[in-house]
Design a binder for this molecule. Sequence first.
Ligand SMILES: [Zn+2]
Ligand SMILES: [Zn+2]
Length: 284
Amino acid sequence: MPSHNLAKLKIDDLEIIGYSVAAEETVVAMPQLDTCFDIGKAPDQVISINNVLLSHGHIDHCAGIAYYLSHRNFSGQKPGTVLVPGNMIRPIQQILDAWGVLDGSKVPANLVSVEVGQEYEIKPNLFARVFPTKHSRGSVGYTVIEKRKKLKSEYTELTGPQIVELKKQGVTIDYPVEIPIVTYLGDTQYAEFGQLDYVANSKILITECTFYEDEHRERAEIGRHMHVEELAKLVRAMNNKHVIITHITHRTSLAAAKKMLKKAVDKQDMGKIIFLMDKRARLQ
Ligand SMILES: [Zn+2]
Ligand SMILES: [Zn+2]
C-alpha cells in the first residue's frame, strides 16, 4: 500500500504524479523524465526516481530528502542524485550527517550544488537548466530540456547509405535542437519568466498559484507567492501548451479557486490550465 494517494495526470506520453498544498507538502514527479521536483514527505511512489530537483529549503518541499535517500539505500538502489541550490548544500549535508548519526550508518547521497544559468545532465540527452525565482534566498526553478540533433533540410531526402558517406567525408549533416519539455517554478512571486525563452516555450509549465481571493493579495506579497491575477498575466505572456497549478492555500477550496481562476484568466488560456490536485482531472 503506497504511503500517499497522489494526484496523477497524463499529458501525451508523460505522467505527472504528485501532491501539493501550500505549507503542507509539495512533491511533483515525472517518472518518464526520471525527475522529481521537490520531495515534500517522500511518498513511496517517488523513491525509485533517480533525480530530485530541489527548488528551495522550505520544509514542505524538502523534508522527505533524508527518507528518500535512506530508503533507496535500504532497498538496494544506487544513491539518488539531488540537485540542490548552492546556498542549501551545507545545511542539507548537515541534515543527512545528523540522520546518519541517529540511524547508525551514513546516508549515501549524490548531492549536486547547482547555480543559476547552469545545466545538469539528468539522463542521456536530458538536461535540467536552472534559473532564479523570487521566493526565498537562493530559490530556483528548473526547465528539463531534451537535446537532439536534427538533419539539415538539404539532407532530408538522402538515403541511409548516402548519409553515412557524407559523415565519412566529415560533412556536418545535422544541427543541435533543444526541446524544453517542462518547467517547474517551485514557489515564487510573479516575475517575468516569459523573458526566458526556454521557460516561455516549455510544453508544460508547472507553477504555483497559492492565493485567489482579493483579500489574500497581501498574504501573497508577504509570503512571496503568486495571486491568481498574476498567474493570469504570467500565462498570457507564455507559449506553454499545458499549465499545471500547484500549491493552493488550504484557506480556499478547490471549487472556489477554480471559479476565481476562470474570472481572472483569458478565455483562450483557460483550456490549457489544470490544477494538480483536481480529482476530476486525474487519470488513475
Ligand atoms: Zn511551499
Ligand atoms: Zn516556500
